[in-house]
Design a protein around this ligand. Structure first.
Ligand code: E4P
Length: 218
């Protein structure tokens, strides 16, 4: 399973990249706003800076919600760097835009997906990635991981090549659940990835190894 990080913070992306396990980055307008990135030129520069840190796909989301606007924005975004994937919302014009881009070899990430039906449409339109939001479904007492399972079944039934990018991942159990189901990619905060490191037996085991070593190496 590929690990993407869901942030627009350059320092966080750098930290994840330095760990050596990062496969890509996803951003969204809220994450860009959190970093204070506004204005066309600043946005372009910021995406370029992200692409220079990470060695993998970088999802950049369009703001337009009409077909022509999404095409215009997407075509500008992909000029920034070859790593850019155009992130498009799951709405009617979005599906049309995904189809347009897939016919031209431009990669897309269909975002804000909350049902298997939406994921089926994204695959039929030729999306490179589909982003079902696991955590936001859990937030409304609906099992987010079950949706990943449903989409996996549907895509495998028909051999769709669209990759399942489990998004809105919040903690290590989400990551493990996605891995068991066979999501192609997961995206979440660095904290969720780093939490995979933790085990009390690792900590106590290491402390014991080091203290035993110290006893004979005074
Ligand atoms: C998807 O690509 C979104 O950027 C993201 O995963 C949303 O996560 P959140 O629900 O934690 O905001």
């Amino acid at each position: 399973m590929k690990f993407f990080i869901d942030t627009a913070s350059l320092s966080e992306i750098k930290e994840a990249q330095d760990l050596g396990i990062l496969d890509g980055v996803t951003t969204n307008p809220s994450l860009m706003a959190k970093e204070g990135i506004g204005g066309e030129e600043n946005v372009r520069k910021h995406y370029k800076a992200i692409c220079e840190i990470v060695d993998g796909d970088v999802s950049a989301e369009v703001i337009s919600t009409d077909y022509e606007g999404m095409i215009r924005e997407g075509e500008e975004l992909v000029k920034i760097d070859d790593q850019i994937v155009v992130k498009i919302p799951m709405i009617k014009d979005g599906i049309k835009a995904i189809k347009y881009f897939s016919e031209r070899g431009i990669r897309t990430n269909c975002t804000l997906v909350f049902s298997a039906g939406q994921a089926l449409l994204a695959a039929k339109a030729g999306a490179t990635y589909v982003s079902p939001f696991v955590g936001r479904l859990d937030d409304i007492s609906t099992d987010g991981l079950s949706l990943i399972e449903e989409i996996r079944t549907i895509y495998d039934n028909y051999g769709y090549e669209t990759q399942i990018l489990a998004a809105s991942v919040r903690h290590p159990m989400h990551i493990l659940g996605c891995a068991k189901i066979g999501a192609d990619v997961m995206t979440g905060p660095l904290s969720a990835i780093l939490a995979l490191l933790n085990h009390p037996l690792t900590d106590s085991g290491l402390a014991k190894f080091l203290s035993d070593h110290a006893k004979v190496n005074k």
